[in-house]
Design a protein around this ligand. Structure first.
Ligand SMILES: C[S@@+](CC[C@H](N)C(=O)[O-])C[C@H]1O[C@@H](n2cnc3c(N)ncnc32)[C@H](O)[C@@H]1O
Length: 244
């Protein structure tokens, strides 16, 4: 419990900036227009206060990877909802009319903000919130896939607590919530960094792995962040690889 509270404290500001972001979006962005909501978030984040949103540059890479799938995904999984930026990005990009984004976060305060942000974007029907860590959500996700008539999550966006990137990925593989052909995109692999995840991905022959370096931060100090670790799972159940 103490550990969870520590994580919550790190991921939700005590100064109310997430609520200010929501207020700004409601004021300036046309309701029901996801792109207007994303633009309003980007504009506020670039000019007013720092937020942990994936942002427009890295967001483009995420969508490009999604577009490389042979068919539009039915089920997308996100680890780390925060204020809903990437959830809106993913949900607005769904092409299959029954497809949904399942988004996980352990911080109720963030999820409350995200729900309102997503509602303002007009995407409530496309998003399912799960407010618990992945290891407690496996049965719920399995049931969700069944109701979605999907075999697995075809896209996973990992953007939550860096120290559990690898353990959560391994859980997804073990529980067969991702399968051959699923694409896994992970943010912040350089800053703050998830070295174990990167090391593991690089060692796998059953995942093909690429990294994208993106410049971010104030113009005086360009920081290279890496989204990526675009892991394309090549393993199929029982194929005998290290994951199966
Ligand atoms: C970097 S933010 C996510 C940003 C979001 N993907 C976006 O681009 O708009 C990280 C989020 O992960 C959540 N989080 C931290 N640890 C978590 C865990 N173990 N499981 C699920 N969510 C977690 C935090 O509460 C926070 O909202």
């Amino acid at each position: 419990m103490f550990a969870v509270d520590l994580v919550r404290g790190r991921y939700h500001s005590s100064n109310g900036r997430e609520a200010r972001l929501l207020e700004h979006v409601k004021k300036v962005a046309e309701a029901g227009n996801p792109q207007a909501v994303l633009d309003a978030i980007d504009q506020y984040a670039h000019s007013q206060e720092f937020f942990m949103n994936v942002g427009d540059d890295k967001g483009k890479i995420l969508l490009q990877e999604m577009d490389k799938l042979p068919a539009p995904p039915k089920a997308v999984l996100e680890l780390g909802t925060y204020c809903g930026y990437s959830t809106i990005l993913l949900a607005a990009h769904l092409k299959d009319p029954s497809a949904k984004v399942y988004t996980i976060d352990i911080c109720e305060e963030n999820v409350e903000i995200a729900k309102q942000m997503i509602a303002h974007a007009g995407l409530t029907e496309r998003v399912v919130h799960v407010v618990k860590p992945l290891d407690q959500a496996v049965q719920e996700l399995r049931a969700a896939l069944k109701s979605q008539k999907a075999d697995c999550f075809e896209v996973v966006f990992i953007d939550h607590e860096k120290s559990v990137y690898l353990s959560d990925l391994l859980l997804l593989v073990k529980e067969q919530l991702i399968k051959e052909g699923s694409v896994v995109v992970a943010d912040n692999l350089k800053i703050p960094g998830a070295p174990e995840y990167v090391k593991w991905m690089k060692q796998q022959s059953d995942f093909s792995f690429e990294q994208h370096s993106v410049c971010m931060g104030p113009s005086a100090l360009w920081l290279h962040d890496i989204i990526g670790a675009i892991g394309r799972s090549n393993c199929s159940p029982g194929c005998g690889c290290c994951c199966c």
